[in-house]
Design a protein. Structure first.
Length: 196
């Protein structure tokens, strides 16, 4: 099965979860993630807003803000370079809708920071394998943004994919520019794919 068909199948399965299932899984993912040392130590956390049936990060955002962690949301590069910036975010941030229909902080009001300055980036995905390979939506935005990680010894940021367990694939074919995850957190477990 090719990547497009796999994405379509997994996205449909993700969207078919009931609200009750989504809430339960989000709570389980939050519980597992927020007990990890790397989460507890992180001061600057890249997050995302759930879209297309993704796990809801609202409980994680609340925990971050109560713990005085700084949260950052990805925003599309305004000139269309298929890269992301990260913008400061809290519950009072002025928001706008990007060209994909996803809410993001308004560039007029947000402070932007580079990805390398974050301690932890929580990433959405469509599929994953246990080697930390990630099947995204197909645009390559995260891979381009994180390309510096393929040639640096910088220990940050730690990359953690959040997913439902049914999104696990046996093996994902990779390309030279793919940036692997360090961990994947599902409602069942945390998978250490690339120890740091």
């Amino acid at each position: 099965m090719d990547g497009t068909k796999i994405r379509s199948r997994l996205r449909e399965q993700r969207r078919s979860l009931s609200a009750c299932q989504q809430n339960r899984y989000a709570d389980q993912i939050t519980s597992i993630l927020t007990r990890q040392d790397f989460f507890l130590r992180a001061k600057r956390v890249g997050i995302y807003l759930a879209n297309d049936g993704e796990a809801d990060l609202s409980p994680i955002v609340d925990i971050c803000l109560k713990s005085r962690k700084n949260c950052y949301l990805p925003v599309l590069h305004p000139l269309g370079y298929k890269r992301l910036h990260f913008a400061t975010f809290d519950h009072h941030s002025p928001m706008t809708t990007n060209r994909f229909g996803i809410s993001e902080p308004s560039l007029k009001h947000a402070k932007l920071v580079p990805a390398w300055s974050l301690d932890l980036i929580l990433m959405p995905l469509v599929g994953f394998d246990r080697n930390g390979n990630r099947l995204g939506m197909g645009g390559g935005y995260y891979d381009r943004t994180l390309s510096f990680m393929s040639s640096t010894k910088n220990p940050a940021p730690r990359l953690v994919g959040l997913s439902y367990s049914f999104q696990e694939l046996h093996k994902i074919a990779t390309r030279d520019w793919d940036i692997p995850l360090h961990h994947i957190v599902t409602e069942r477990e945390i998978i250490c794919a690339k120890p740091k």
